[in-house]
Write a protein that binds this ligand. Structure first.
Ligand code: GDP
Ligand code: MG
Length: 375
């Protein structure tokens, strides 16, 4: 007895081959789509599994189907029973083969489930390669479609990250920059001061409360002098309140010292400055977080220094290898993205904090940090 699998581009094609080779006596055990390589699920072909109670019959040379390529229309003897088994009763043999085929079908179903995993599996892998933690990657990739998962992931991320939210200048505003030591607070405020004063033509006042390091106030003083923007130095948080109270400027930018997020007293001082800054009109807090930090470090610093709902400014995008930590921090905090900086040059290396840029970077990993914004 002979059992053969015939594969063709259509069920008819496969059957025609079976008849040609095994004749009309052959019994069809099963037929249906085949997937030789399950991951090429779009290349669907058809197979018939045929048994014949005879020796394999060579097709006449002129009827034998052409075999240009190894995989195209070639019949492959998959199961060839040993002569001893061929002596078993015909019906028993067919039953045996049919159960074998049912088992193979079940295996194919497992493959199908695996294919369904491809959409969110690939998204998970992409997110984790970018530095997003496994837990968040799994949640973000959940339920993404098999086809078009990249677009679906992009839409999901953009929806969760929200639109860019740079500081609004519709009314006089006090903006306080907080964050870890060396995160880029002073440099970022200098960039913003230049933008607000020179481009937006607003009356800008710079205030520094960073009097701990010898050169800290001098750094801002130098920027202020270059930009022709006034600078006030507040030695204590309480002085911020009086400076803000008597100021008539459109924008007051307050710089703070970078302190340890674990030092209770230092953290309390930053919060005193934030309260003092909020004593007059509209005020916002900018959590300045370097893209080179781990997500958990960013989260800790942001939550310790800034109040809930502060705006985020990611700095040093030019030094970061991948965007995952920023995506994770922004998504976990749920705070709006205000600015991004990608260089040391004042004033040019700053942009509105566009989540689309981070998502574009995620989907198009590139050694050039930050990539290009998608739109
Ligand atoms: N590469 C890069 N360096 C930056 C960026 N922003 C700030 N820096 C540098 O980071 C260092 C610390 O910046 P600084 O503003 O003094 O940080 P602060 O301690 O938070 O006030 C300085 O050398 C800055 O020039 C940035 O976007 N990219
Ligand atoms: Mg500083």
């Amino acid at each position: 007895m002979i059992v053969k699998r015939f594969v063709g581009d259509s069920a008819e094609g496969a059957l025609r081959q079976a008849k040609t080779e095994l004749g009309d006596e052959a019994i069809i055990l099963s037929s249906g789509p085949t997937r030789d390589v399950w991951w090429r699920f779009w290349q669907r072909r058809y197979q018939v599994l045929v048994a014949a109670d005879m020796k394999e019959r060579a097709a006449p040379a002129d009827l034998r189907p052409p075999r240009p390529a190894a995989t195209h229309g070639a019949a492959r003897p998959d199961v060839r029973l040993a002569p001893r088994q061929a002596e078993a009763p015909w019906s028993e043999m067919v039953g045996l083969l049919q159960s074998l085929d049912r088992r193979l079908k079940r295996l194919e179903e497992v493959d199908e489930a695996e294919v369904a995993l491809v959409g969110h599996g690939a998204a998970e892998a992409l997110l984790m390669t970018a530095g997003v933690s496994e837990g968040l990657a799994v949640r973000l990739a959940e339920g993404l479609p098999r086809e078009g998962w990249r677009e679906a992931l992009q839409a999901r991320l953009l929806e969760r990250l929200g639109p860019p939210q740079p500081v609004s200048l519709k009314q006089p505003i006090v903006l306080t920059a907080v964050g870890p030591t060396g995160s880029g607070k002073t440099t970022t405020l200098a960039k913003l001061a230049a933008h607000f004063a020179l481009v937006q033509r607003r009356q800008v006042l710079l205030v520094t409360t960073d009097t701990y390091r010898v050169a800290a106030a001098e750094q801002l003083r130098t920027f202020a002098a270059i930009l022709s923007v006034p600078l006030e130095v507040a030695l204590r948080p309480q002085e911020v309140e009086s400076i803000v109270a008597r100021s008539t400027h459109d924008v007051i930018l307050i710089d703070t010292a970078g302190r340890s997020p674990f030092h209770e007293l230092h953290v309390a001082e930053i919060h005193s400055v934030i309260r003092a800054a909020a004593s007059r009109g509209a005020s916002e807090v900018l959590a300045v977080l370097p893209a080179t930090m781990r997500a958990d470090e960013m989260l800790l610093a942001a939550r310790r220094f800034a109040p809930e709902g502060a705006k985020i400014c990611f700095t040093k995008l030019d030094e970061a290898e991948r965007p995952g930590a920023m995506l994770e921090a922004a998504l976990s905090l749920g705070w709006p993205l205000a600015y991004m900086t990608d260089g040391q040059s004042v004033p040019e290396d700053i942009d509105a904090g566009d989540p689309a840029r981070l998502v574009h970077w995620l989907l198009n990993p590139d050694p050039v940090a930050g990539g290009e914004a998608s739109g």
